[in-house]
Design a protein around this ligand. Structure first.
Ligand SMILES: [Zn+2]
Length: 422
């Protein structure tokens, strides 16, 4: 065969592989699809179960074996060399309520397609391949987020996770049993790779296709409960009120003020309140209690510590001003930490080979790789999010950028499988 016809044949293979990826992405996005163009696949719901079963069918059709561990992490195993250690890749198929189609799901499907492509050209591979769909990365129905990978990496006990309840009292164990995705599998992995949408706008702003993630931001997430006293909104004079809603509102505003006050040119502080529940939430009743979640994030541990201390100092002042009691409940904290530098170099060499423009980025959001990088050498990559929109039905990554990410991930996986990383 001439060089020209070989090149033409491989271009045809590439476009067939690209079409197959986009077709699978469209099929996957029908599960839990919402009217606004997004998906609603909260962990352990019927829609999550349907997506997991679809994924199982997809990979089994390509010769993978599917297993589940005790907290519902889904492992698709591709054995290339019997007895060899595993390189794992993954992300998550669960979503936020009214979430986007790309968050997590893009990474799981890309990992599967990279493995399928590797299988067809596996000469020189020294590892077997696992694609992992981590249970409950999002942490909306069951808290905390990154639940499955936290258990896998020994940061949370499985028993505690299984007894965790959603707002209706359903446990994780019951939810996993209801969708039939619980087992007793376990796996040792030698290295971990993840690709995800950026969920920010730095790649788009800089005209880049690929982000090499160099570190996570530190994050402190707290559950607060503001206790007041239920009263009549008209008949109770202001001086006698213990208004939990006022206290909680002051806490939300304080968190925002802290972001403004503590951010510097070099180190931003980002704060939010993403969940806020008022009791009894009735039009003529002064609130007796508010549950809220506040999170603070920064790239710099000292700046984060200073912002955190200020938040706690203000809690005491808010208690006085609103005449309420504020209690801090569960916390979920992770430190700013670097990804493996040699992994970033390997990803950069892979991008160079494919001629893809790339740059280094930091991740503001937590990902399953945030946990995995603490136990094995880990590489994390991003593809652009249009206008940085995420956790929103309008979340979008172009077909072109998705396919560039699949090509790069395939190239990178090939190198890792041949032993160029670990
Ligand atoms: Zn995600």
């Amino acid at each position: 065969m001439s060089t020209t016809s070989t090149a033409a044949a491989s271009a045809t293979d590439r476009s067939e592989a690209a079409r197959a990826f986009l077709a699978d992405f469209r099929s996957m996005s029908t599960f839990g699809a919402t009217a606004g163009g997004g998906v609603d696949r909260q962990a352990g719901t019927a829609a999550d179960g349907q997506t997991r079963n679809w994924f199982r069918g997809l990979v089994e059709g390509h010769g993978f074996e599917v297993r589940y561990d005790a907290v519902g992490n889904q492992f698709a195993l591709l054995e290339l060399i019997p007895g060899a250690p595993y390189v794992a890749m993954g992300s998550h198929l669960d979503s936020q309520p009214l979430g986007g189609r790309f968050d997590g799901a893009y990474g799981v499907l890309t990992a599967a397609h990279a493995a399928i492509r590797l299988k067809e050209a596996a000469q020189g591979a020294k590892f077997n391949i696992a694609v992992i769909n981590w249970f409950n990365e999002e942490g909306c129905r069951f808290k905390p987020s990154m639940m499955g990978s936290s258990v896998f990496t020994g940061k949370l006990p499985a028993e505690q996770v299984l007894e965790t309840t959603d707002p209706h009292g359903t446990t994780v164990r019951e939810a996993l049993e209801s969708i039939g995705t619980i087992g007793d599998f376990s796996l040792d992995v030698a290295a971990y790779l993840e690709i995800h949408i950026e969920q920010g706008r730095s790649l788009e702003d800089d005209g880049l296709t690929i982000g090499l993630v160099e570190s996570t931001w530190g994050a402190n997430k707290y559950e607060f409960v503001v206790h007041g006293e239920q009263a009549h909104t008209g008949a109770t004079v202001i001086a006698d009120r213990h208004d939990a809603l006022l206290g909680a509102s002051l806490l939300v505003a304080a968190a925002r003020d802290i972001a403004d006050e503590f951010s510097t040119e070099e180190h931003a502080v980002i704060t939010s309140c993403g969940e806020f529940t008022v009791f009894p939430n009735s039009p003529v009743v002064v609130a007796s209690r508010v549950n809220l979640l506040v999170d603070l994030r920064s790239t710099d541990p000292d700046v984060l510590a200073a912002a955190d201390a200020e938040l706690h100092r203000r809690v005491a002042a808010i208690e006085q001003r609103a005449s309420v009691e504020i209690k801090r409940g569960a916390e979920h904290v992770w430190a700013s930490k670097a990804y493996d530098a040699s992994g970033m170099k390997l990803a950069a060499a892979s991008a160079d080979k494919l001629g893809l423009p790339y740059g280094t980025v930091r991740t503001l959001a937590g990902h399953d790789s945030t946990n995995m990088k603490d136990i094995v050498p880990t590489i994390m990559l991003f593809v652009p999010s249009v206008e940085g929109i995420s956790h929103n039905e309008k979340e979008l990554t172009s077909d072109e950028d998705m396919l560039a990410g699949v090509d790069l991930f395939t190239e990178l996986l090939g190198r890792v499988a041949r032993g160029e990383f670990v």
